[in-house]
Design a protein around this ligand. Structure first.
Ligand code: CP
Length: 307
């Protein structure tokens, strides 16, 4: 099967069949990263540019590793050390990169819709590595891959997403993906962090973490996104932790085999206690491992690969 798309911009527009194709392809790439020589020639001669206007550890590194494991050439551009600081526009930057004839441009930008704008003007495939508070499709794909691998499937699972839902592109992409794949998704956080009308996305809203995580199969904790908050939307981190952190006291409400996820970076002691983040229920580092395989799958499928 082929992925008949030029770009990966969001989970919202992907069908269940496309998500399954990407996840199955990613499963097949897991093994490459366990070899002594972690490289296959699949994308030899292809060029991938990572264009990051926002900070990143996991996404940027895993896109670079994914491309290198497939033998593509990779170039990392950080806005802070590029001609963006001299005032060059996003479109001028992108058109100049296009002129060097890469095959795929991966972009992270603080403005929602920035990858969509580039996809409309560039010949190359564009992958959204996070656009403002809109979508983070590759994160949701690696999350779904991890849940599938650990639970054997997604349909019917009770998933609680807790934290700063309003500013979270991870929450938005996961809500689109998990509901499409048949999970029962609930969200919880302070009222100021729950977007009005979010129920229309097919989720249940709980005003307390205790209600949200009761009998949950999966708990996905989110980071407080201070960089996207325009006003004080909660009194203090201490109070936030008191009411919305996942800790040893409330984890007992979830199923005994609950899995704990977090996209990172973690604010330890704020949204999650360290003992849970590092404990036996945590699959946070499995998410990171699977991020490489998901990104290998996308680079492969967007350059015409079949599964
Ligand atoms: N999960 C995630 O997007 O992490 P980074 O910001 O480190 O890429």
């Amino acid at each position: 099967m082929k992925l008949n798309r030029k770009d990966i911009l969001g989970i919202q527009e992907l069908s269940v069949e496309e998500i399954n194709l990407i996840l199955e392809t990613a499963d097949s790439f897991i093994e490459v990263s366990t070899r002594e020589i972690k490289k296959v020639p699949t994308l030899r001669g292809k060029t991938v540019i990572n264009l990051f206007y926002e900070a990143s550890t996991r996404t940027r590194t895993s896109f670079e590793i994914a491309a290198k494991r497939l033998s593509a050439d990779t170039i990392n551009i950080s806005a802070a050390t590029s001609s963006v600081v001299k005032g060059e526009t996003l479109i001028d930057t992108a058109k100049n990169l296009e002129a060097m004839n890469p095959d795929i441009i991966v972009i992270r930008h603080s403005a929602a819709g920035a990858p969509h704008m580039l996809a409309g003007i560039l010949r190359q495939s564009v992958i959204n590595a996070g656009d403002g508070a809109h979508e983070h499709p590759t994160q949701a794909l690696l999350d779904m891959m991890t849940i599938r691998a650990k639970k054997g499937g997604i349909a019917g699972l009770k998933v609680a997403i807790v934290g700063d839902i309003a500013h979270s592109r991870v929450a938005r992409s996961n809500i689109h993906g998990l509901t499409k794949m048949g999970a029962q998704v609930s969200v919880s956080g302070p009222a100021t962090m729950i977007p009005r009308g979010i129920e229309k996305m097919g989720v249940v809203v709980h005003m307390s973490i205790e209600e949200a995580i009761r009998d949950a199969d999966i708990i996905m904790m989110l980071r407080i996104q201070t960089e996207r908050e325009t006003q004080n939307i909660f009194p203090s981190l201490r109070e936030y932790a008191q009411y919305f952190s996942l800790n040893r006291k409330n984890i007992g409400l979830a199923r005994k085999d609950v899995l704990i996820m977090h996209p990172g970076p973690i604010n330890r002691g704020v949204e999650i206690s360290s003992d849970l983040a590092d404990g036996p229920h945590s699959i946070i580092l499995d998410q990171v491992t699977n991020g490489v395989a998901v990104r290998m799958a996308l680079l492969y499928l967007l350059t015409g690969g079949t599964s």
